[in-house]
Write a protein that binds this ligand. Sequence first.
Ligand SMILES: [Zn+2]
Ligand SMILES: [Zn+2]
Ligand SMILES: [Zn+2]
Length: 159
Amino acid sequence: MGINEATKILIKHQFTNLESMGKLAEHLLEQHQVRKTKIRIEILGFFMSKTYALSHAEIENAIDPNYDRVTIYRTLKSFEEQGLIHKVLDESGTSKYALCADHCVGHKHHDSHVHFSCIKCGHTFCLDDISIPTINLPMDYQLIGYNFLVQGICKDCPK
Ligand SMILES: [Zn+2]
Ligand SMILES: [Zn+2]
Ligand SMILES: [Zn+2]
């Protein structure tokens, strides 16, 4: 089971069953060959409970205060390396992280989708089905990566 499927199940159950969310998080860690620890299960569970990208500060505020910044930082790094989450830059250049779709594996991310930043709620969402248009660079320019951010008002905010 990939992340999308896991998240769908959680949405279906309206995140009421915390125990099964923990179980799903454990399952995903196993699948992505990340050693299971309490903090990893907790942080991954938090990602699964949100539909938008999370900043370091949001994660820090949400989890057990006994864990320090460095531990959280390392956890995010290992998630990124193992294809569980990807980096999302918002319009202020702040790094956020979002859950990857099913097909990301360690060191092989396929997150070439558009990100959407809502000017009302301030959340940044993955638009997994919207691909980034082909970028034709001028001669002698080499493409290394891109951040494609669209700003607007999300589906949950009043227009
Ligand atoms: Zn990815
Ligand atoms: Zn919004
Ligand atoms: Zn994304």
